[in-house]
Design a protein around this ligand. Structure first.
Ligand code: ATP
Ligand code: MG
Length: 141
């Protein structure tokens, strides 16, 4: 099953839609609450990054017997130094964005912590792709 979400640029009323919808779907599938929580937290950070830093984009989520794979794709400015961006507290968010409560520089570290795998690919002025994988516990469908 593949599910796609469009993530608009800087639309804070739509913020968190993909992660919220996925949380409901995974709950309906009867997956363990701890896993659902990790997916929802990591997806929320990824979709906010696309909305705030990536000029908008999309998410593709695949649910299979191997687990949950999420792919976040944008065609924004790209990340010049991924290693630096991964550091806790590093943020290029504007004053205005910080006033809205974002820009702590904790999104990417949070994604790393919650996903079983995190792969970031980025090209300057071309865009960014963030892929995360979450394994299903043994015995789940
Ligand atoms: N999709 C993206 N496109 C371009 N730059 C990005 C993207 N995602 C992250 N970045 C860069 O990486 C930095 C760190 O991202 P991270 O999510 O850790 O922190 P933040 O978004 O600035 O703050 P927080 O997530 O805590 O609100 C961002 O400030 C931005 O410079
Ligand atoms: Mg962020």
């Amino acid at each position: 099953m593949i599910i796609e979400y469009i993530i608009p640029r800087l639309d804070f009323s739509a913020a968190g839609k993909a992660s919220t919808d996925m949380k409901h779907r995974l709950t309906q599938l009867g997956l363990p609450p701890a896993l659902i929580k990790r997916v929802a937290i990591a997806m929320y950070e990824a979709e906010m990054n696309i909305a705030i830093h990536g000029d908008g984009g999309r998410a593709e989520i695949e649910i299979s017997k191997d687990g949950i794979t999420t792919c976040f794709i944008d065609h924004g400015p790209g990340i010049p130094d991924i290693e630096l961006a991964m550091q806790e507290g590093y943020s290029t968010a504007s004053e205005e964005i910080r006033d809205m409560g974002f820009g702590a520089g904790m999104g990417l570290p949070n994604m790393k912590k919650n996903a079983d795998e995190l792969i970031i690919q980025s090209e300057l002025n071309k865009g960014t792709t963030v892929q995360m994988h979450f394994r299903l516990p043994a015995g789940e469908p």
